[in-house]
Ligand binder design. Structure first.
Ligand SMILES: NC(=O)c1ccc[n+]([C@@H]2O[C@H](COP(=O)([O-])OP(=O)(O)OC[C@H]3O[C@@H](n4cnc5c(N)ncnc54)[C@H](OP(=O)(O)O)[C@@H]3O)[C@@H](O)[C@H]2O)c1
Length: 302
């Protein structure tokens, strides 16, 4: 039986990805979740080949515990867990801005810690079209693309002083998704594909998930009602079920094997609207080196 971990799989894209992976009963799927009761309920609802384990990606100490406790080899890791905080600036127990910490630093720490278990396996990072400063669809929702290329600055919570709290949150989210995509491409450069392959997925706009939970009430209502009906008429939109099936395909299909470092769109094609900086080797080196240093810095401080 091959084993896959999906982080943040209590709802939305993570849950749909876990369901798609678990459709083949020869696979074991582990939901790595911060709310274990909800994780267990989700696992039970999917099937007997699914279990849940606790993991809070906002805590580098908890990630270390998860890695130390993990037994056995892995066929794949889906770094799905994510937050979009637009009502406040929050710091984690490690002192890092929470969007950067959960969406990016946690994914890096978990991936690098589990790498010895992922020989012959695949790692998927979930990006977003919001990373691209030239994405007109995303700009309709207020996104201005990634604002920083320094992970250190993002982890400190640096922001545009002139921006509203909501805008700062959108900028942080877009920046964290840029880091996710850059990291997938850079790790593919650093590791032979025969050992471990790395991919990114832009799942498209998926209205109705829990992602907009800190948005103003009107925006939340639109996110979970009107936008779901309008979405099929807009470009680059999807649903958790559709993008979850694509994520499971990336993790398992033979056709994907040779393309480590690829960025996929929700329909399984290579993503067309990716900012060229995602593929820039100098940016990749900077992002991954800084991220590793920040993860290690906290380890040293404990
Ligand atoms: N929805 C979209 O339009 C869209 C578009 C592009 C990319 N994405 C990406 O897709 C991924 C999934 O988002 P979604 O839309 O499915 O949102 P969602 O429904 O809010 O799901 C996010 C998941 O992440 C989990 N999570 C949050 N913080 C965590 C932490 N500290 N530790 C562990 N798990 C944590 C949540 O757990 P709880 O249930 O406990 O809160 C939840 O299971 C994210 O990476 C997001 O950036 C989404």
């Amino acid at each position: 039986m091959t084993t896959f971990i999906v982080t943040g799989a209590t709802q939305g894209l993570g849950l749909a990805t876990a369901r798609a992976l678990a459709a083949d009963s020869r696979r074991r799927v582990v939901l790595a979740v911060r709310d274990l009761d909800r994780g267990r309920a989700a696992a039970a609802a999917i099937g007997s080949n699914v279990t849940a384990l606790p993991l809070d990606l906002a805590s580098l100490g908890d990630i270390e515990r998860f890695i130390a406790d993990w037994q056995g080899d892995l066929a794949g890791l889906v770094n799905n867990a994510g937050v979009q905080i637009t009502d406040d600036t929050r710091l984690t127990c490690d002192g890092y801005e929470e969007t950067c910490a959960v969406n990016h630093l946690g994914a890096v720490a978990l991936t690098l810690g589990l790498l010895p278990r992922l020989v012959g396996g695949r790692v998927l990072f979930i990006g977003s079209g919001t990373h691209h400063p030239g994405n007109r669809m995303a700009s309709l929702f207020g996104f201005r693309g990634a604002r920083l290329t320094s992970v250190r600055a993002a982890a400190r919570g640096d922001h545009d002083d002139a921006a509203s709290i909501r805008q700062r949150g959108l900028d942080r989210y877009a920046t964290s998704k840029f880091f996710n995509m850059v990291t997938a491409v850079e790790l593919a450069r650093r590791h032979p594909a025969e050992v471990t392959s790395f991919f990114a997925l832009d799942p498209g706009l998926m209205p109705g998930t829990g992602l907009a939970r800190t948005a103003p009430l009107a925006a939340r209502l639109a996110w979970s009602s009107v936008l779901r009906w309008v979405a099929p008429l807009l470009p680059d939109t999807s649903t958790p079920t559709r993008s979850g099936a694509t994520a499971a395909w990336i993790m398992t299909a033979d056709a994907v094997e040779a393309s480590s470092g690829a960025v996929f769109a929700h329909d399984g094609a290579h993503a067309r609207r990716v900012w060229d900086r995602v593929f820039d080797p100098a940016t990749g080196r900077l992002v991954v080196d800084e991220s590793v240093a920040l993860v290690q810095q906290r380890r040293g401080a404990r």
